[in-house]
Design a protein around this ligand. Structure first.
Ligand code: NDP
Length: 517
């Protein structure tokens, strides 16, 4: 069977893509566990991307005209569809991304929860409301509302191919926009499945959510297609290219980029819980998590116990593709090379390596990496400074939590992080001073599962927010309206005002504000 023929074997998934230009160029996505082809997809060129965006424009107007209730109803139908077919989608995520079925279920669950929250909170967050007009315009009524941008372009990564793009897609749709989504070339089947599911669940607004597939050029074409906003999730270097392309058309951008997140383990921390969280936070999804824990700074009071506990837990981990495996292969084969380089750098600089009991000779192929902990790695090494994105964790002994915080913050990234401390005041204080968009105290990654909380980074981790009220507002423009209720005898904003009016105004302002020193 040819690759193009095999497209038919994933018709459910491919039905959501725009295939008018599919006749010439195609590409295939493969299962990282076996290299088997998962699906074949069109490479959409600039014309095809533009055509898709143009088709989305009237769809955006119709979608916006449905109002908050109409959209909420349809978003509910979509999440109902996803929930009923959760196992089917999880199986596809498992095949294309490599993560265990259970982790895929968890990812889809989070995405569904965000869809529910976005649909339910759009009116309250974005709907028209009256604000105080203030003294100078007391005879006017003042209104604020958040209007949709039209068509939003979403470019997503492969590591959480459902949860991550849905953080933009759900909130952009709930805010009244249409969406054109370009999934990663490593997970196009999942992206196409999501769009096909939309068409099936919301047939009367089918073009409000479409997918285009291809490589970086397809994404770049979406940047240049004059969308209302481009929401990008991916690495910082690609983010810079996306911003440059969007600058050509003054298209605003949302940047959700990489991280080098740290965990601080303080003197009074529950060491067993901290170790459990550090191992999950660093090794789940084979470490391919933007908000994964890559560094731990443990105080000297707990360091030995913490390392012993992490080492014990590491023994229980085994990468694989079977039902018992704790995590899967690297989705992108080239990432394995980066992870190996970081481990070699660290050991070359005097770092010690602790590996689990998993026997690499039994791994099915070289996409599987052993769980690896690096101890006492110099702060200058790549395992500390660069995003590793693999099943590795550095653990560094520090004098106290203040030193841990200083080292945590000494990075150009600032996505998320974690603090383990028994004292509530201490934990909250460290969390607030951590230079990151999100921090969990006494757990890891929890903020991602709370739809009301905004998600996004600082520094090289990007800007803008998905999730929560900020995530809804991110896909809108604020609109201000005033309405004169009664006319005043003297209109200050008229050439007809008498000179005495501004003299009186100056006296009043002097009385109200002049007393402040
Ligand atoms: P990349 O930056 O390589 O790619 C991201 C997306 O951009 C892909 O769809 C890619 O397409 C596309 N792309 C590539 N080149 C261009 C271009 N010139 N113009 C427009 N689009 C382009 O990231 P990965 O997919 O490797 O994802 C991993 C990264 O994502 C990590 O750094 C991770 O930390 C970060 N991430 C951040 C998250 C956050 O919320 N902050 C969440 C999840 C991941 P193609 O794949 O076809 O090349």
């Amino acid at each position: 069977m040819s690759l193009v023929d095999q497209l038919d074997t994933v018709t459910d998934a491919s039905a959501g893509t725009v295939d008018r230009h599919a006749t010439t160029q195609t590409f295939s996505s493969t299962n990282p566990a076996s290299d088997a082809v998962v699906g074949v997809f069109p490479v959409h060129d600039a014309d095809a991307v533009q055509e898709t965006v143009e088709r989305a424009r009237p769809a955006a107007e119709q979608w916006a005209a449905l109002g908050f209730d109409g959209r909420r109803e349809r978003l509910a139908a979509y999440r109902g569809y996803l929930a009923r077919r959760m196992n089917e989608l999880a199986e596809l995520v498992h095949r294309e991304n490599g993560k265990p079925h259970g982790d895929a279920i968890l990812e889809i669950t989070l995405a569904i929860d965000h869809l529910a929250w976005a649909g339910a909170h759009a009116r309250k967050t974005l709907g028209q409301r009256r604000v105080r007009a203030g003294m100078l315009a007391a005879n006017h009524a003042a209104y604020l509302e958040y209007q949709p941008l039209g068509v939003v372009g979403v470019i997503g990564p492969w590591n959480y191919p459902v949860f991550t793009p849905m953080g933009s897609i759900a909130y952009a749709l709930a805010a009244g926009n249409a969406v054109v989504f370009k999934p990663s070339e490593y997970t196009p089947a999942v992206g196409a499945w999501l769009a096909a599911a939309w068409r099936a669940a919301v047939p009367d607004a089918a073009d409000a959510f479409q997918v285009v597939t291809g490589f970086g050029e397809t994404g770049a074409a979406l940047c240049r297609a004059r969308v209302g906003k481009l929401a990008f999730t991916g690495s910082a270097p690609t983010g810079k290219k996306v911003m440059a392309a969007c600058a050509e058309t003054l298209t605003p951008v949302l940047m959700e980029l990489g991280g080098k997140d740290a965990m601080i383990v303080d003197d009074d921390a529950d060491v067993v819980a901290a170790a459990d969280a550090a191992v999950w936070g660093s090794m789940s999804n084979a470490g391919q998590t933007c908000i994964g824990i890559e560094r731990v700074y443990a105080t000297s009071a707990v360091y030995d116990r913490f390392v012993a506990e992490v080492t014990a837990q590491l023994r229980t981990l085994r990468p694989g593709s079977d039902d018992e495996a704790t995590y899967g292969p690297m989705t992108m084969a080239s990432q394995g090379g980066i992870v190996r380089r970081h481990v070699e750098d660290a050991t070359g600089a005097g770092g010690r390596v602790v590996r689990g009991d998993a026997d690499p000779s039994l791994f099915p192929n070289e996409n599987y990496l052993a769980p690896t902990v690096l101890l006492d790695v110099p702060e200058s090494s790549s395992a500390i400074r660069e995003e590793t994105f693999g099943p590795t964790l550095t653990i560094t002994k520090v004098r106290d939590a203040e030193e841990a915080l200083a080292l945590t913050n000494a990075t150009s990234y600032g996505l998320a992080g974690s603090v383990f401390a028994k004292s509530k005041a201490r934990g909250m204080d460290l969390a607030r001073r951590m230079r990151s968009g999100m921090t969990s105290v006494n757990s890891v990654l929890t903020f991602a599962s709370i739809p009301a909380l905004p998600f996004g980074g600082v520094g090289d981790s990007g800007f803008g927010r998905i999730h929560g009220e900020d995530g809804l507002k991110e896909f809108t423009r604020a609109k201000a309206i005033t309405r004169q209720r009664v006319a005043l005898p003297v209109n200050l904003m008229s050439f007809g005002r008498p000179a005495s009016a501004t003299d009186a105004l100056a006296r009043v302002m002097g009385m109200i504000h002049g007393r402040h020193r």
